[in-house]
Design a protein around this ligand. Structure first.
Ligand code: PLP
Length: 400
């Protein structure tokens, strides 16, 4: 008789966005004359950069000509032209990553979830709370023991390692979704030192690195000495270049990242991952890889920067409003997310309903991302400038 993976049964349903949708539908039905402003959007809203569109179209044309048509890509790791472009980009971040340490993927979410395939079920996993839900869910599905490092007001939502906690796999995300907090160089050095001492592996999600404006904040874990011996980095073009619907990202597993098998053999994690991807993943389409390559050209970088600046300006509008209202928050600078403390001691859902009812502004209740999100609320900078300004003007009319 077929048996299911019973780990799924112990996973609570992800009600957050379903609950939000229900409350919004009920409100709109009761108040059709009151338009909502959605400030909880997790998707980008600006279109692709022209250089990206041109490259994608050219590649699509090549696919229609016998001489330039491409089928399966031999390596499965991504075309050399794209991996070289990514490697060159890493140099500009101050990190040395070679082309053969990079594997191209269809976005960071897949790899964040699938990477667990190469690790034994017995590993203890450490992640921050609040957290991007994919890390927790993929490890729950595999039945792994998860420990949480509290990210809260006391540490600026940037949890640090605790030498008394033993972990094998550590998830870090900076700039963080949902809290918008970033790790400083010194903080990352501590995490790397902790991972090296514990012989643990850090899975570092840098999906929002392009939003970092402070030059002292590392945009890659590989800016930290020793990180290549203990960290895997996952990055994405989704938020950087509007690829949420195009789908392209990349994972770096350094050559130096070697762990001991139970028989004492040294095993390169990159080899295990290549084996896993070789069996279960057939690569990213040629037009998408050409589009991604265009992101890393001078022209592409200039164009995507314009879009990022647009979101950063929105974030600034939100941050300035919260400053004016005396509401505490993290993020906004170096991040498209603004994580605010619900005023007047309100709970996250209470504040959600309050904003919806009073000013028709929609955000995301923090408790959907973990228990430390109770009493906190996530706004994003992905709406239009005009809507962001209007939403903040509405906030200022509140008695909070
Ligand atoms: N990592 C973080 C922290 C995210 O917030 C997201 C998307 O919202 C992703 C990874 C996944 O991005 P994608 O699969 O679109 O590359």
């Amino acid at each position: 008789m077929i048996r299911i993976n019973e780990n799924f049964l112990s996973m609570e349903k992800n009600y957050l966005f379903i609950d939000i949708a229900k409350r919004l539908a009920a409100y709109t039905a009761a108040h059709p004359d009151k338009p909502l402003i959605r400030m909880g959007i997790g998707d980008v809203t600006l279109p692709l950069a022209p250089a990206v569109v041109t490259a994608m179209k050219k590649a699509a044309d090549e696919m229609g000509v016998k001489e330039t048509f491409r089928g399966y890509e031999d390596s499965g790791a991504g075309y050399a032209f794209l991996r070289e472009a990514i490697s060159g980009y890493y140099k500009t971040l101050g990190a040395d990553v070679s082309t053969d340490e990079i594997r191209v993927n269809d976005g960071a979410k897949s790899d964040c979830g699938n990477i667990t395939d190469i690790f034994s079920r017995d590993n203890t996993v450490l992640m921050t709370d609040p957290v991007y839900p994919v890390y927790a869910d993929s490890n729950r599905m595999a039945g792994r023991n998860i420990l949480y490092a509290d990210s809260d007001e006391s540490n600026g939502f940037a949890a640090m390692p605790d030498k008394y906690v033993r972990a094998d796999i550590i998830y870090l995300c900076s700039p963080n979704n949902p809290t918008g907090s970033v790790y400083t160089k010194e903080q990352l050095e501590k995490w790397v030192a902790y991972a090296l001492v514990s012989e643990a592996v850090i899975i570092y999600d840098s999906a929002y690195e392009a939003f970092i404006t402070d030059p002292s904040i590392p945009r890659s874990i590989y800016c930290i000495e020793g990180a290549k011996r203990c960290a895997i980095e996952m990055c994405s073009l989704s938020k950087t270049a509007g690829f949420t619907g195009v789908r392209c990202g990349y994972t770096v597993i350094p050559d130096e990242l070697v762990v001991k098998a139970s028989d004492g053999r040294d095993v390169k994690l990159a080899d295990l991952w290549a084996r896993r991807q070789g069996s279960k993943f057939n690569g990213v389409s040629y037009p998408v890889q050409r589009a991604a390559e265009a992101v890393f050209t001078e022209e592409g970088q200039r164009q995507i920067r314009e879009n990022i600046h647009y979101y950063q300006r929105n974030a600034m509008v939100i941050a300035n409003t919260l400053d004016e209202l005396g509401i505490k928050y993290t993020g906004g600078i170096n991040s498209p997310y603004i994580w605010l403390k619900c005023p007047g001691g309100m709970g996250s859902w209470e504040f959600f309903d309050y904003l919806l009812d009073k000013v028709q502004v929609v955000g995301t209740p923090g408790e959907g991302f973990g228990r430390n999100g109770c009493g906190w609320f996530r706004l994003t900078s992905f709406n239009s400038y005009e809507n962001t300004v209007e939403a903040m003007a509405r906030l200022k009319t509140l008695d909070i």
